[in-house]
Design a binder for this molecule. Sequence first.
Ligand code: DQA
Length: 154
Amino acid sequence: MKKVLLLNGPNLNLLGTREPTQYGNTTLADVETQFVQAAARMGWDAECFQSNWEGALIDKIHEYGQWFKVGQAVGVVFNPGAFTHTSIALHDAIKGVDGLPVIETHISNVHAREEFRHRSWVSPVAAGIVVGFGVDGYLLALEGLHRIHQRSVS
Ligand code: DQA
């Protein structure tokens, strides 16, 4: 079974209680359960990982870069949280693993919010971007990854 990673960055462990008007009431555990189930329907084995540490997120991207290279992973659905707007290291990590499809996902519409959220260092190296659909965005991103994978094998 091929692997797919749901990767969440800083403060997303607080989903459900953090700024509910912005991010909703669904917890990260609920998001992860839905993601694992949807991935299983696609025939994929989902791993879910959240960290508040930039380096831990980078290590996961490197790991999945290796899995992707040997055909054992299909890609990553990634909400980098606030690191989106600051992290050249995450940009370089995604660029560095060359080919691993990463779908950048944001729960809120970052473009309708403060100016500092309009810039993403991840977008230029993402295979696709999903923004502003609430937590449904994670499943939409998974669907996008599925289409990218289907294209690559047909
Ligand atoms: C976020 C948007 C970011 O600007 C913010 O720092 C987050 C969450 C989102 O999912 O909408 O932590 O990535």
